[in-house]
Write a protein that binds this ligand. Sequence first.
Ligand code: ARG
Length: 596
Amino acid sequence: MFIELDCPASVRKQLAKLFSQALKATVPTQPEVVVPLIDACIAKNGVKHADYQCNNAMSLFAKIKGKQEEFKSPRSLGEGIMKNLPPSEMIESCSVAGPGFVNVVLSKKWIGQSVQKMLTDGIDSWAPRLPIKRVMVDFSSPNIAKEMHVGHLRSTIIGDTLARMLEFCQPECMIRRNHIGDWGTQFGMLIQYLFEEYPNPDDVNESDIGDLQAFYKASKLKFDSDPTFKLNAQQSVVKLQGGDPKYLKAWKQICDISRTEFNKVYQRLGIRLEEMPESFFNPYIPPTLEKLEKLGLIEDSEGARVIFVEGVDIPLIAVKRDGGYNYFSTDLASLWYRLNVEKLDWNIYVTDVGQWQHFDMLFKAFRRAGWLPKDENEYPICTHVGFGLVLGDDGKRFRSRSSETVRLVDLLDEAKKRAKDALLERENAKDWSEEEIEKTSEAIGYGAVKYADLKINRTTNYTFNFDQMLNDKGNTAVYLLYAHARICSIIRKSGKDIEELKKTGTVVLEHEDERTLGLHLLQFTEVFVESCSNLLPNVLCEYLYNLSEIFTKKFYSSCQVVGSPEETSRLLLCEATLVVMRHCFYLLGIEPVYKL
Ligand code: ARG
């Protein structure tokens, strides 16, 4: 776990409060506070004996042995804890099982009331709080003129979701940072190529070099094969870094074209980012290095200026042998800036796992300098959120058929096109407006790409497969979006005004499956806490999938809604399901679909 979230609405938290009182009363001999260990019960062979369990008795018994003679065994200690539970409307019944587990069955009346309260107060009333004020997620961060590859797509999707999850906790300040790689030796090559292809710079227009990847490739080819070009390119870097206006202008031209391309991806995915590119930090590099120098951290190694950090054999290269700066130099300066100017409490970097060591060394260097606390859990903290590779069906790195790299815009357009084709085959879509079809195919297509990525544990590699992600059965965005639309149509068919029902109706959970659905809705909070504090969106995806399964396979298959005596309560339960589902969609960056 990266961070402790405080969530008063969570069932687990509320039970922990009660058990904390019970524990205090049961083992007064304990010098320090006993932290209640509360877990949701998991069904075994489809049967669940209780909703939650307090697991303290066993470990606690070992501590009080000989101090409190009234307890002869862990089980008797469990019974003692149970007796000391303060009365609460939450709990229907308790029992002790095995070696002292205290089982809790929640009151269905209380579950119903809690669901209803969320409907009245809104889902924000379930939001947890962060223990800190200023958070940054550094994500997407493509490199100009190099390809924006599927790895950047993962960073963009995962980073956006993490930012949304953290925003739900309402920190005072939340920065979504695009640390664009707009500086580096590749620019010498590009600028030189630009000059040679367009001797008159005013002739250059965007459409000419709009395909920057092709432009990059062509210049790279020349760089590798033509020694004179190579030399000129190297001199171009020096001119650019020296601030020569002609070179700066060409650099800016190239950057702007790249930006237009990135923005197309962001616009399709509905992603908001605030750009602070690498070049912004250039002026901060020398003073940062100077400070590190004064602290005695920088030493010479084969002509380069390096920093050694704990537990790593190779040093971090702060200044290259030729005196130039690199990725590390910029990150040293940018982290200094983030801590001292932006005063961030939590700095999150979302990149592929391959950069793990880069960030490990960066953070260690800061710790060595005394710029980050020695204790990793003390604020300000820095976290590297790594993710695995994107693979193709052949198990190799994802590439398009021509074995060239994939243009992300094309990839997203393809997802949308496939979603649209599938949509047009449906009977219902016949009388949809063109606009509805467009919007729905975008929601499904882009949603499918995002969900396929988010639903697996981010640290593993993931296989990109259109057919799988666009399947309308199984754990996909398509299935979930349709489940959402189906619930919307139940409400529509009833002809009832939900806002009115919210004021006058009551959620009553008589049927076992109503109760299961109600409890699962309440458990959103604790699952969210787990997902957010570990920065693992897949935990939230699993919850969402289970929610629609419980709704469809349990509740809706055994409880008639429209026209039943329980209609009002069940419609409210449908609405609560929609609210929670939509909130999950929102957190995952997926647009909901309202009809199908
Ligand atoms: N531009 C880098 C890449 O494409 C990612 C940058 C991540 N952020 C950072 N501050 N280093 O791999």
